[in-house]
Design a protein around this ligand. Sequence first.
Ligand SMILES: [Zn+2]
Length: 421
Amino acid sequence: MSAAVFSVVLAVFVIAALAWRTWLGARQSRHVARHRDQVPQDFAALIPLEAHRKAADYTLDKQRLAMIETWAVDGAVLLALTLGGGVAAIDALSRRLFGVGQLRELATVFGVMLASALATFPFEAWRTFVIEARYGFNRTIPALFLADLVKGALLAAILGTPLLLAIFWLVRTAGAYWWLEAWLAWIVFTLALVTIFPRWIAPLFNRFTPLEEGELRTRIEALLRRCGFRAEGLFVMDGSRRSSHGNAYFTGFGVAKRIVFFDTLMDRLTPAEIEAVLAHELGHFARGHIPRLLMVRFALALLLLAILGWLYQESAFYGALHMSEPHIGAALAGFALIVPVFTFPFQPLSSLMARRQEFEADAFAASHASAADLVSALAKLYRDNASTLTPDPLHSLVYDSHPPATLRIDHLRRHEASPTP
Ligand SMILES: [Zn+2]
C-alpha cells in the first residue's frame, strides 16, 4: 500500500462518517421538532406539555452544537492532525525538545492528546455554560470546570505514563508480537483501573457519603438481602455541585462494588421509586454486565493492537502522516486519532448490546421490586432531565445506550401485568 492510497482511504472514511452522522442528526432534529407539541400517549398522565416542549428544545439545541462539533473536531481538526501533518509537527517539536528516546515518545502521545482536548474545549464550555445553563441544569462555575479539566489531565498523565512506558519497552524488546504482550499489559491496567476507580479516582472529583440510616436505607437493605447481594457500600454523590441532572450508577467489580446515587435523584424520588431504581442497578450486577462489557472491550483491544502492530511497520501509514521514520509514539497517537473513523459502522452493535442490558436490568427490577415504581421513577427522570420521549427511531437505534422511553415503559408495564416470580 502506498501513502497516497492510505490517505485516500482515510479521507473517504472521514467523509463517510461525517455524512452518516449529519444525516442521522438531521433526522433526529426533524423528528423531535415534529413531535414537539404532543406528549406521547403513554406519558400524557405523567409529563405536562410544557416539560415535553422544553425537552424538545433542549434536545434540538444539543443536537445543533453536536453537529458543529462533529464537523469541526471529527472532521477539520482530525484531518489537520493526520493528513495535514499536525501529528508530524507535534512529533518534530517533541524531538527538538527531548531528542530521540522515551521522553520524546511520551511527549508526542501527550501532545496529540492535548491538541485534541483543546479542540473539544470550546464545545464543552459552550455546552455547559450556554446550553445547560439555558435550561437551568448547569450548577458548575468556571473555576470548578477548569479545575476538573486540569485534574483530569494530570490523572491521565499519571496513569498513562507507566502504561505507555511499558508499551514502548515491549516494542523495543518483545519482537514482532510485541502487541500481544502489550494487550496483556492493557488488560492488567484496565482491571487495576476498574478496581481503584470507585475508591481512589471518583472521590477526586466528587464527595461520596454513605447513605443515611432511615426508611430508605432499611428498604434498600431488605432489597439487597432479597437479591442475595453484597456491595462495598451504598453512596450518595454530590452531583448537584455541577449539574441538576439526576442519575444512579453502579461501579467497580469483585469486592469493590459500589452503588452510587446522585443527591439530585434522592431529592426527587420517593423511597419506593429509589428502591426500584436500585433494583435496576442490581440487575446489571446480577446479570454480569460489567464482566461482559470488559470481555468485549478486551476482545476489541486485541483486534486494535493487532492492527497497530501491522501499522507500526507500514511505511504508507507514516507517509500519510508526513513522517519519514517509524516510531511508536507517533504510531500510537496517529492510530488513536483514526480508530473512531473506522469503528463508526459498528456503533449500532454496541448500542444494541447496551439496550439489551437495560431491558435485562429492567426485567430484574420488575421481579425484585415494583415495576410500577420504576415506571414512575423513569417518568420523573425523563421529565427532570428533559430527555426527549420522541427520538428518531433510526438515530436511537444507532446511538442510544438506553431504549426509547416509550418502549422501555411498555416493557415494564407488561411485567407489571404479569409479574415474574
Ligand atoms: Zn441501566
